[in-house]
Design a protein around this ligand. Structure first.
Ligand SMILES: Cc1ncc(C[n+]2csc(CCOP(=O)(O)OP(=O)(O)O)c2C)c(N)n1
Ligand SMILES: [Mg+2]
Length: 377
């Protein structure tokens, strides 16, 4: 295991992406801080009995969802999994609605219909995950297929876990995406465990090697380096939009907490946790920002204020009216299209001329120009 971490690390320089401005780098850190702070606060609410069911978090894995979501354009589609809260935050979901969701309140995203992990706000272009893993691999592949058929210049992305790579639907999605050269990105969140199953009992061959057998590239990156995750996703998206087909990105990280709140993870060696604690993704990015004289304490303080305000507002939300329990469970009326999510990366919000002088840089797609996401014919 130690060798594996060293191998992954050696591929990455200190500043892996030249496409990030100072503000972008702060934005990435802020999203990770928000995710960790919200989940820590929500764990307290869970222990106080205010969050029903169980509680899943992505402590230590914040860079995987933050880095990948940040690289996606407003018209792109994201399938967000149970350890990827930063993606929802980056796409524009307010912390208060997330707390409301966790506590089953009427003001939560599903208005009290579901809890901690199964939600998506359609207005942000994010699809709520279904519980059967890894079915979102197929959903993302299907959306990419729709983009191709409608000649839209868009890309789909889904995260998936190491455990899900053993399921047939994972292979079906990989195969079809490869055969059709679809604009889809699979981010394999390799956090060393699937519940209590470690990697060496999950697969005999690193799943990243399987990408080649389906006809597209697979790359391994340091999943605790948010800028490396951003850059790998940015490149994969650029390839996908140019017709180059899918990419499998393996982001290697560690599940630092139990599978969920009920799991004391006594099956995980303590040394492994300690080893990864020294590589905390938030501390890594904080060191980078401190080197470029960012006032990290001020950013931390602002995030804390935002989280506390979010909790306060969510606690004031009413519980849903039981009489409405069957509303919104099945589709009613006209189908609602997914919306376009926030895409805070400066590569999408500044004109092309302001980007680094690189002929291969992707053309930014202004949010308000509906025609820009059409494929050039
Ligand atoms: C088909 C299926 N089997 C079992 C489960 C129950 N389950 C939920 S999460 C999980 C572990 C998944 O591990 P992994 O894919 O590595 O993701 P991680 O939780 O580590 O992020 C399991 C077994 C499920 N959701 N779907
Ligand atoms: Mg896992």
């Amino acid at each position: 295991m130690a060798t594996y971490i060293a191998e992954v690390r050696s591929q990455f320089p200190d500043a892996p992406s030249e496409f990030l401005t100072r503000e972008d780098r702060i934005g990435l850190w802020r999203a990770m801080l928000l995710m960790r702070g919200i989940e820590q606060r929500a764990m307290t609410l869970y222990r106080q009995g205010k969050v029903p069911g169980s509680f899943y978090d992505g402590f230590g894995q914040e860079a995987v969802s933050a880095g990948a979501a940040f690289a996606m354009g407003p018209h792109d589609r994201l399938c967000v999994l149970h350890r990827d809260l930063a993606a929802h935050l980056i796409r524009g979901v307010a912390p208060t609605r997330i707390f409301g969701q966790y506590m089953g309140r009427a003001g939560g995203i599903t208005r009290g219909r579901d809890g901690n992990v199964h939600f998506g706000d359609y207005r942000t272009g994010c699809v709520g995950m279904v519980s059967m893993l890894p079915d979102m691999m197929l959903v993302a592949t299907g959306m990419a297929m729709a983009f191709r058929m409608r000649k839209e210049r868009r890309c789909a992305l889904t995260w998936c876990g190491d455990g899900s790579t053993s399921r047939g639907d994972w292979h079906e999605a990989m195969n079809w995406a490869g055969v059709q050269r679809l604009p889809v990105i699979f981010v394999l969140e390799n956090n060393q465990y699937a519940y209590s199953t470690p990697l060496d009992k999950q697969f005999a061959v690193d799943p990243i090697k399987r990408a080649a057998t389906y006809g597209f590239p697979g790359i391994s990156i340091d999943g605790n380096d948010v800028e490396a995750v951003f850059e790998a996703t940015r490149q994969a998206r650029e390839r996908a939009l140019e017709g180059g087909g899918p990419t499998l990105i393996e982001a290697t990280t560690m599940r630092m907490h139990g599978h969920a709140a009920h799991d004391d993870m006594r099956y995980v060696p303590v040394e492994l946790i300690e080893q990864w604690r020294r590589r905390d993704p938030i501390e890594l990015q904080e060191r980078r920002l401190a080197e470029i004289d960012v006032d990290v304490a001020a950013v931390r303080a602002a995030v804390e204020v935002e989280i506390e305000a979010g909790v306060r507002e969510a606690l004031e939300m009413p519980m849903p009216d039981p009489a409405t329990a069957t509303e919104g469970v099945f589709a009613e009326g006209e189908a609602q299209e997914l919306g376009d999510g926030a895409a805070p990366w400066s590569g999408f919000s500044t004109p092309l001329t302001a980007l680094p002088a690189d002929a291969s840089a992707p053309a930014p797609s202004p949010v308000d120009d509906q025609e820009t996401h059409r494929w050039a014919s």
